[in-house]
Design a protein around this ligand. Structure first.
Ligand SMILES: NC(=O)c1ccc[n+]([C@@H]2O[C@H](COP(=O)([O-])OP(=O)(O)OC[C@H]3O[C@@H](n4cnc5c(N)ncnc54)[C@H](O)[C@@H]3O)[C@@H](O)[C@H]2O)c1
Length: 255
């Protein structure tokens, strides 16, 4: 295993979900102190405990990206405890209303507002509070998770697709505005990434169809996102900024 994060502190919002826990483990295995942030503190504590049991360094910390006071407190606690942050990965997803995200005519606007409030405005709040601390540290990275849904014209999920597209614009803004102050900013756009929650929700037929849509022999796993996150957050990504990188087994490539 590489050791690209020795002496680095990386904070993750949504650090204990299916993808987030994979990223947290990977960064810790490469030497980072990982601030495992999640609205589900029990899950964050579990992920951090697993990392520590393997000899890594992690601190669980509650963050609700939908609440500015919570985001601010998260960043300040991370900085106060560890002396600064070198990277912030906004990866969280409040999926409460994903099932309501039907189409632009039918959707209940309360569901629209809540999805946007947490998953779009929340990423903005993470940016707003993390970037000044990364600059104060002397430079580092913002990283965001969007989705292949941001690239496709889908008959459903209009709000999810919109908010993930907006994250691309946010990341490019950060790269453009703060790049000369040492802040790189990129997005990972995953395809279908299997983890226990997804496997429970999606049936075998859906998974079989998804497999026909990728150009490699298997579907995605959290370790695939973790590998790209580690590259982009490390100095190996030093000349990569303002980019949306698809990690999707070729599902989004042009035919
Ligand atoms: N799994 C996939 O197939 C897939 C595909 C494309 C994009 N994505 C994106 O990847 C990211 C992670 O997805 P996942 O599949 O690991 O989902 P997940 O539900 O397993 O993880 C999401 C995490 O975010 C946390 N969270 C929810 N609301 C929060 C809030 N208000 N503040 C802080 N944390 C909050 C949850 O507790 C959970 O730990 C999401 O942004 C998602 O849109 C996933």
């Amino acid at each position: 295993m590489l050791n690209r994060f020795e002496g680095k502190v990386i904070a993750i919002a949504g650090g204990s979900g299916g993808i987030g826990s994979g990223v947290s483990h990977r960064l810790a295995a490469e030497g980072a102190v990982v601030i495992v942030g999640d609205v589900n503190l029990d899950a964050a504590e579990q992920t951090a405990a697993e990392i520590i049991a393997k000899g890594g360094r992690a601190m669980p910390l509650k963050i609700d990206i939908g609440d500015e006071a919570s985001v601010k407190a998260f960043v300040h606690t991370a900085v106060g405890t560890h002396g600064g942050i070198d990277g912030f990965y906004a990866n969280a997803l409040d999926s409460t209303h994903m099932g309501d995200d039907s189409d632009a005519v039918a959707i209940d606007m309360a569901a629209y507002d809540q999805m946007m409030h947490v998953n779009s405005r929340g990423y903005f709040l993470c940016t707003r509070h993390a970037v000044p601390q990364i600059i104060a540290r002397g430079g580092g990275c913002m990283l965001y998770t969007s989705s292949g849904a941001a690239h496709f014209g889908l008959p459903d999920r209009p709000v999810y697709s919109m908010l993930k597209s907006g994250i691309h614009a946010l990341a490019r803004h950060v790269a453009s505005r703060f790049g000369k102050q040492g802040v790189r900013s990129n997005v990972i756009a995953p395809g279908l990434i299997l983890h226990p929650v997804m496997e429970a929700v999606l049936g075998p037929q859906y998974l079989a169809e998804a497999l026909t849509g990728v150009k490699v022999p298997r579907l995605g796993q959290p370790k695939d996102i973790a590998a790209m996150a580690a590259l982009l957050l490390s100095d190996d990504g030093a000349f990569v900024t303002g980019q949306v990188i698809s990690v999707d087994g070729g599902a989004s490539m042009r035919p």
